[in-house]
Structures are given as C-alpha cells and as structure tokens.
Design a protein around this ligand. Structure first.
Ligand code: SF4
Length: 260
C-alpha cells in the first residue's frame, strides 16, 4: 500500500480515533475485518430513512414493522447470505425496541412540533460526501437539515443514546462535518445533531471551538499514522465488536513491519 496516496482523513477516522487510535490504524490500511458492526449500522440507517413514512401513517406501529421488514430485505440484497444472521438479528433487535422508537418519535413531535420532526425525517439531503483540500478532511454526512439559514449535520447512530447529550466521538465527528459544511456553504455551522435510532431520540449538540480543535488534533495524529507510526491499543468496551482483535494481539513491532 502506498501511504502517500491517502490525501484526506475521513471524519469517521477522526471519531474512531477517540474510541481507539489503533482501530484507525487498521481501518486506514484496509485490513480485512468482519463487517458485522457495519452491516448492523447500515440496517439502522436504512430504517431511519423510512421513519418519515412511519410517522405519516395512521398506524405507526404497523408501518414500523413493515419498515423493519423492508430494511431487512434491502440489507440482504446488498450484503448477501453471508450476513443473513447479522441482518436477521438486527431486525429482531429493532422489533424488540419498536415501541421505544415510536414513543421517541412521538415525544420529539410533542416537544419540537411536527414540522421540526419532519425536517429531520425528510432532510434536505442524505449521504452527502464532502472533501476539503484545505482541511484535508473528507466525510459523508448522513443528513443535512437547514436551521436559521445554516446547514446542520445529522449523524444516524445505531447506538442507544447516552444518558445525556451525545457521545464524545459523535461530538467531534459533528465538528469535522461542521467545518466541511461551513466551507462548502460559506456559512457558520454552529449546531449538529445525532439521531440515535434504537430508543429513538434526537440529541442536539453545539459545535464548540474545542471540538474543532480536537478534530484537527486527531486529523494530525491520523496523518502521522499514515507515515507509519502505529499507535497504542486503547483496550476497552469497543474491543468486543472490533473485527481487528486478532491482528491487534500481534506484537506492535511485528505489526508495523507487516503493514510497511
Ligand atoms: S481490538 Fe480493541 S484495542 Fe485493538 S484495535 Fe480493536 S478496539 Fe482497538
């Protein structure tokens, strides 16, 4: 692999850096990993895109069940039978928490109004990929909604929400998106949001200078990794779902030589 071909640091690498720097090292080198977590995340993303129709239905519970079946069928078409177990498991998980999802959507409508909810569920754009040569960052923003004339990046997350606010890694990813959107639209992008699909809730987050600084710090460290420096492993709760655990247990000096 020629490291100098990598020009941009992805916003997803920046947020992963704050989960485990070594995870980013593997991701950047495209070491094969079981994509179970990615398939599950895509399933919940597909489900999120159907929630607007669910809320327009007179029977949201039934419409959600149909949406789960559709997301499951579509995921099978995309990923094939090798991931059937993961997809069936994700659909079962979604059915278990279906009432939480509907309740969360109804609560959001009650608190912020139908127009605001529909603005999130039927966003201005979805899956927009942005590149900035100046920032040396790229990223695909799940949803972009407009608020007060400024673009607001929205992450669709397959995680249960934290007790309060958003996860630190999501906050920094939003800051990276905000910088990309600010450059594209020549606007100050000071707000972001995370849609936590399981136990549906929308958490808004102010984009702080500190978050942008952390995003740029992670970008610089990731560029160091591209030059060959392998970071320490940050062992913890993410290891269970990490597809790189086998490679990660190899001695660091040996790993660095393997990926040169
Ligand atoms: S197994 Fe754990 S420490 Fe190793 S790369 Fe994955 S998340 Fe990081």
């Amino acid at each position: 692999m020629q490291h100098n071909e990598i020009k941009y640091v992805r916003a997803s690498d920046i947020s992963s850096y704050y989960m485990c720097p070594r995870l980013v090292y593997f991701q950047r080198r495209q070491v094969h990993a079981l994509a179970v977590a990615a398939v599950r995340a895509d399933f919940f993303k597909a489900l999120s895109h159907s929630l607007g129709s669910v809320m327009l239905s007179p029977r949201p519970e039934l419409a959600l069940d149909d949406a789960i079946t559709r997301a499951s069928d579509d995921s099978l078409l995309i990923y094939g039978p090798s991931y059937e177990q993961t997809i069936v498991g994700s659909a079962a998980e979604a059915r278990e928490i279906a009432m939480q999802i509907v309740t969360g959507l109804i609560q959001e409508k009650g608190q912020h109004g139908e127009e605001a909810l529909m603005g999130i569920l039927f966003p201005r754009t979805t899956g927009t990929t942005l590149y900035s040569e100046k920032l040396r960052i790229s990223g695909t923003v799940d949803k972009i909604v407009m608020a007060g004339g400024a673009p607001v990046p929205v992450i669709i997350s397959p995680s249960q929400p934290p007790k309060n606010g958003v996860y630190a890694s999501d906050r920094i990813r939003l800051a990276a998106y905000a910088m990309l959107l600010g450059e594209k639209y020549d606007a100050l992008c000071s707000l972001g949001a995370v849609e936590y699909v399981p136990g549906w809730c929308l958490r808004r987050a102010e984009i702080r200078y500190e978050d942008k600084r952390k995003a740029l710090y992670a970008r610089n460290r990731v560029m160091d990794m591209d030059r060959g420096r392998m970071p320490e492993a940050e062992r913890g709760k993410w290891c269970g779902a990490c597809g790189h655990s086998d490679a990660c247990s190899v001695k660091p000096s040996l790993l660095s030589s393997l990926f040169k």
